[in-house]
Design a protein around this ligand. Structure first.
Ligand code: GCO
Length: 419
């Protein structure tokens, strides 16, 4: 009986998120700022290579103070955003002090509102001049990105503690170089492998640069990571092929990149972007089948977001548990849903928070939860259709309306408990 009540007390205690937990939402420059005319996405949009053009997006470059006021009203104490390299360096070597100043002001605005900035340095876009030289397929071009990292870190170090060097390296390399969906729209396994390796090397070097600058400035150490896109790989049927496919996909898509960086001691925490499940049903022994084939039979159906992705909160729990062995804090740097049904959005958020809390109760050190996204925005090759925002954006008028799900999340943030 004693054991039981002790367990209950312990549980009651733990059924709450800690007081110093980070709560926030994320955006990325090209998806919200509008007018990013010097990057490779804008160029592809101009050439009609994509479904829709980002144009003025959410006009967040101008409207960020009002957007941050909304985030504050919703109780957020952190905010993730990205710095647009093509604004800082629109032409090779031509650094724009007023663009750097803009991001200084963004950070000052966040801090004034009590929100910790989480700064991403690469979120899928590149300056046109960089991509025209060969972009991430050329290892020699790392130096350009690293020079940008050096400049930005030197300018912002005093105000920033949390850095994300590269957002979803594998999603970027596969969409841009294997699936041909994103600029430069290539379909080559060889280029994909090169780009992936290049991004890993670049992170390692960027990590060291950022740390060196903090040391030189005598500042307390920063916390630097990537945002890794992790998927829950589940099998339809327990066949040997499926089990092998699950093993390989976990290794290759979820853990390989992280482990590479860990071996070089260049992750201070693990940034996790989690959205969905990948249901495996492999018919053949070939590499293609083992690595790519998904279930087409609608086995084990689940609720879906408006892009058809499975909603699978338990996958987050399982992944968090599997990260425990690395013994590093985990930061959920993205988790979210695009849907026209705001009740479903709230269910999605609540269930993912429940699974997060469970993992925390089992010893996973989760530092915070960042929802994707603060605003409805430009969802890359899918255009403006999918609506991920806590805040609805009416694009013709740029009017913001806070969704009910955002208010419910605000109550959780306030009390620390899931209602
Ligand atoms: C990504 C990015 C975001 C997306 C979000 C929804 O994961 O692709 O980090 O830019 O918009 O994930 O797909």
């Amino acid at each position: 009986m004693l054991g039981f009540s002790f367990f209950r007390c312990y549980n009651a205690l733990m059924n709450k998120f800690p007081q110093d937990f980070f709560w926030g939402a994320a955006t990325s420059s090209h998806q919200v700022e509008g007018g990013n005319i010097y990057n490779d996405w804008w160029q592809a949009e101009e050439k009609h290579q994509l479904k829709e053009a980002s144009l003025s997006a959410c006009e967040h470059y101008k409207l960020y103070p009002q957007d941050f006021a909304i985030a504050k009203e919703l109780g957020h104490n952190c905010h993730r955003f990205s710095i647009e390299w093509s604004r800082i360096e629109p032409r090779e070597g031509d650094f724009q002090p007023q663009a750097i100043q803009h991001y200084r002001q963004v950070i000052a605005e966040l801090k004034a509102k009590g929100m910790e900035p989480v700064v991403t340095l690469h979120h899928f876009t590149n300056p046109v001049w960089f991509s025209e030289k060969g972009g991430w397929t050329n290892f020699k071009l790392q130096k350009y990105f690293l020079r940008f990292v050096e400049k930005i870190t030197a300018a912002l170090a005093a105000e920033v503690k949390y850095w994300i060097t590269i957002n979803e390296p594998l999603v970027y390399s596969s969409h841009a170089y294997l699936l041909g969906a994103w600029p430069p729209k290539q379909c080559s396994l060889w280029q994909t492998a090169k780009v992936t390796l290049n991004l890993a090397q670049t992170h390692i070097k960027a990590y060291r640069i950022i740390h060196r600058i903090y040391r030189e400035k005598g500042l307390p150490g920063p916390l630097v990571s990537i945002a890794a896109n992790l998927q829950a790989f589940e099998i339809c049927r327990p066949t040997l092929k499926n089990k092998l496919a699950r093993y390989l996909r976990n290794k290759l898509y979820n853990f390989y990149f992280i482990e590479l960086l860990l071996r070089k001691k260049t992750l201070d925490y693990i940034g996790v972007n989690y959205y969905s499940r990948n249901l495996i049903d492999t018919r053949h022994w070939g590499v293609r089948s083992l690595l790519l084939e998904t279930c087409q039979e609608n086995h084990h159906p689940l609720r879906k977001n408006s892009l058809g992705w499975d909603i699978y909160p338990h996958g987050l729990y399982k992944l968090l548990i599997s990260l425990k062995k690395y013994n590093l804090p985990v930061f959920i740097t993205e988790n979210g849903i695009c849907t026209g049904d705001d009740d479903l959005r709230w269910d999605y958020i609540r269930e993912h928070l429940e699974e997060t809390l469970r993992a925390m109760e089992e010893g996973v050190r989760v530092a915070g939860y960042i929802y994707w996204s603060l605003l409805d925005n430009f969802e890359w090759d899918k255009g403006f259709g999918p609506r991920f925002g806590l805040v609805h954006v009416d694009y013709p008028t740029q009017k913001r309306s806070i969704r009910e799900s955002a208010r419910k999340l605000a109550e959780v943030i306030k009390s620390g408990a899931i209602i």
